[in-house]
Design a protein around this ligand. Sequence first.
Ligand SMILES: Cc1ncc(COP(=O)(O)O)c(C=O)c1O
Length: 429
Amino acid sequence: MAENTRENRAPPDWYAAGLDHVWLPYTQMKTARAPLAVVSTEGVRLRLADGRELIDGIASWWTACHGYNHPHIREAVARQLATMPHVMFGGLAHEQALTLARRLAALLPGDLERVFFSDSGSVAVEVALKMAVQYWINRGVRGRTKFVAFTGGYHGDTTGAMAVCDPHEGMHALFAGLLPEQIIAELPTSDEKADALGALLAERADTIAGIIVEPLVQGAGGMLFHDAATLKRLRALADRYDLLLIFDEIFTGFGRTGTMFACEAAGVRPDIITLSKALTGGTLPLAATVASARVFDAFWSDDPQAALMHGPTFMANALACAAANASLDLFEREPRLAQVADIAQRLEQGLAPCRDLPGVKDVRVKGAIGVVEMARIDDVDALRARFVEAGVFIRPFGNIIYLAPAFTIAPDELDKLTSAIGMVARTGV
Ligand SMILES: Cc1ncc(COP(=O)(O)O)c(C=O)c1O
């Protein structure tokens, strides 16, 4: 009798029947390899329909910071499901959302204290941009509608968010010229660059609503790192030219770079911050745009026109808020930031041998993010398949091979990920 191995195990019926009806993300559907059929998750592992188990190196686009299926989050969601999965947030409020808003306000630095919930990172960015433009309108200032954003930046896939992405690296080059025109500048990583940005702002400040940046790490635009001084320069420039400073912490928030939020490490307070991804510990879609008192005050009025006219149907979904509250419990109870520090050290050690390999351009680590930048990767799809053969799920893009695992990953699991990267870097990509 044939063994039930992956070679002879047929894909499940739902896979074969459904695959021709889905449109996959960032995928040329004609040429891409078929996606892996996953049947369950546990900890840092993905179990495939063919019986294989992969160690997940990227925690489902950096969301599952406590690992998959954490019992505390699962139980909180199950409890909420039994009482009230969802109610609209217009005219109704509920405990999970209000508790979460209060806890986020307490966690965030300074007076970032007014939370607007939505359901994805891109929408949280749209809300932040809209808030910033209306902030000026409400204050009686006309013409401040543009944003300064940065090369290497990525803020999402909706129209407003696409317009503040890097026009070339931000995945939306095809739309160049079709999106609202924004000012894409170089990050002020030195005093000279800050002077250049300052000169630009001096000329155009009266057309600019704000500056938007991913603090410390520009993720999907290339896993590029910058330092706290860069963010301090941005704060100083925003203050000098009276611009709102928006930190997009959708990737960096909730411990990823080593502190709960990247803005803490930099000691810089933005006027608006966007959060999503790890907000629910990777279980349910939820995002938040959090405004400082200064921003919120501009909307506080007897004039209905001064209200923020935004309200996603599923905003503040009770299941997602319950998951987020449970995720915050875990940050309080478990040594997540210490785990991130350990991961950083082990990533440094594990990826260091890649440094001297031919074809490797750079190796860098910040918090629980490890990056091996190759001079080039010829066939990213083939490389992804090689990782799967090695028992790991790692999803390189462009010239970047990176890890952003769950904070709960065990040392030997992390070593398996870094060894797999070492193996492919050594044998050529
Ligand atoms: C910094 C940043 N902003 C915004 C987004 C968009 O989030 P979403 O994919 O949930 O719309 C992402 C997603 O990768 C991100 O990394």
